[in-house]
Design a protein around this ligand. Structure first.
Ligand SMILES: Nc1ncnc2c1ncn2[C@@H]1O[C@H](COP(=O)(O)OP(=O)(O)O)[C@@H](O)[C@H]1O
Ligand SMILES: N[C@@H](CCC(=O)OP(=O)(O)O)C(=O)O
Length: 360
């Protein structure tokens, strides 16, 4: 495990909930004091906390037959107040100011929203205020939703250039089988050279969680590829964050790769957020994937599908239709179509805003 200066800590619903569904306020208080201890040691921490639906469900009984979307909206909107009030009370006792940030997927797609959000989080950290982020569950339904808060934590870690992401759940990490089976062993380290460990993970979720261990693994792997060390650990265990600080934590640790440029981190998460698609010819593909730094010029583009504005994310395909990367448009689709296949035109995607899936 490496030292950390800037960390995103994500707390799953199960960590904050007892098996009977009631909020686990003792656990919450214990985690709060450990987070505050890390902050007092000079660490910059952003907290991504689930729990709104769990807190709402516990206090607002709703008819079984009610539309599930309404149920979620009601529990999330009522539960978020309880959740944040509880954090306010607990951190308040330790004189730690907090801020609440509720976000949607759209806020990560739109470059302006993204930068506003990033600036806000950085300003809060600079003032010693702990940002507590959750999904704005009342407006995010179906395709607008993050897979779960592990995805949100991973996007946040990339956004603030965190060196560490800690995913706290109700098991010690990823096991070689069902964690409750005695024969299952904890996988302590995941390196990029290792074969996929996803085959060990079953789709079962803990009773109050949303994404399950598979999204945790996918997000952890992606973040580690971007240069962020990731820890999946048991938030139900006493002293979990203190053990992280003194490197004695029992967990699954993802070894970080070379740190990627901030913009490329934003793009790396853009796979689901792209606005339009472009196809490039073999020459352009060879040029982009060579070791020389190159931008994508209109002469190498053969097809544009969909409309886009300057700043939107574009998916790049090769002539066989294979997805090869993502990039940020330097100008509109209208201009790009006019310049398609032409020489001596400004690059549609500048190298600094280009992210290649396999060759980056
Ligand atoms: N191979 C595995 N190793 C560890 N946990 C696993 C594995 N396969 C499935 N799981 C399940 O994943 C659950 C954690 O994911 P999730 O329910 O999303 O938690 P959270 O609410 O903390 O996000 C564990 O409680 C465990 O039951
Ligand atoms: N935004 C939701 C959390 C959804 C979610 O991802 O939960 P979890 O899998 O426990 O991290 C809430 O606050 O209830």
């Amino acid at each position: 495990m490496l030292d950390s200066k800037v960390a995103v800590i994500k707390i799953g619903s199960n960590v904050l909930t007892q098996s009977n569904g009631l909020p686990d306020l003792d656990r919450m208080a214990h985690l709060v004091s450990q987070i505050q201890e890390l902050i007092s040691k000079g660490k910059k921490i952003v907290l991504v906390s689930s729990g709104a639906v769990a807190f709402g469900r516990q206090s607002i009984p709703l008819p079984e037959k009610l539309n599930p979307v309404f149920k979620k909206q009601i529990w999330a909107s009522t539960g978020q107040i309880k959740l944040i009030n509880q954090y306010q009370e607990l951190f308040g006792k330790l004189n730690q100011p907090i801020a609440q940030i509720l976000v949607t997927k759209e806020d990560f797609r739109d470059r302006k929203h993204f930068l506003n959000m990033k600036n806000c989080v950085e300003a809060l950290l600079q003032q010693g205020i702990l940002p507590i982020i959750n999904e704005n569950d009342t407006v995010t339904i179906t395709e607008l939703m993050f897979t779960d808060n592990d995805e949100l934590a991973s996007l946040t870690a990339a956004m603030i250039n965190a060196d560490t992401m800690i995913l706290l759940t109700n098991v010690d990490g990823i096991f070689t089988g069902n964690p409750s089976e005695p024969s299952s062993q904890l996988i302590e380290k995941v390196a990029s050279s290792m074969p996929e460990v996803s085959s060990y993970i079953s789709a079962t979720k803990s009773s109050f969680g949303r994404g399950g261990m598979l999204t945790k693994y996918a997000m952890a792997k992606k973040s580690a590829d971007l240069g962020i060390q990731v820890i999946i650990a048991n938030g139900k265990k006493d002293g979990v964050l203190s053990a992280f600080a003194d490197k004695s934590l029992r967990c699954t640790w993802f070894e970080p790769q070379k740190v990627k440029h901030a913009t490329k981190k934003w793009l790396a998460h853009g796979a689901q957020y792209y606005k339009a698609e472009i196809t490039i010819n073999e020459g352009a593909k060879a040029s982009l994937t060579s070791s020389v730094i190159r931008s994508l010029l209109p002469i190498g583009i053969t097809k544009i599908e969909g409309e886009f504005s300057k700043g939107d994310i574009l998916l790049i395909r090769d002539e066989k239709g294979e997805k090869i990367g993502l990039g940020r448009a330097e100008y509109t689709s209208k201009l790009a179509i006019e310049r398609l296949g032409q020489k001596n035109q400004k690059a549609l995607i500048h190298y600094d805003y280009l992210y290649l899936f396999d060759h980056d």
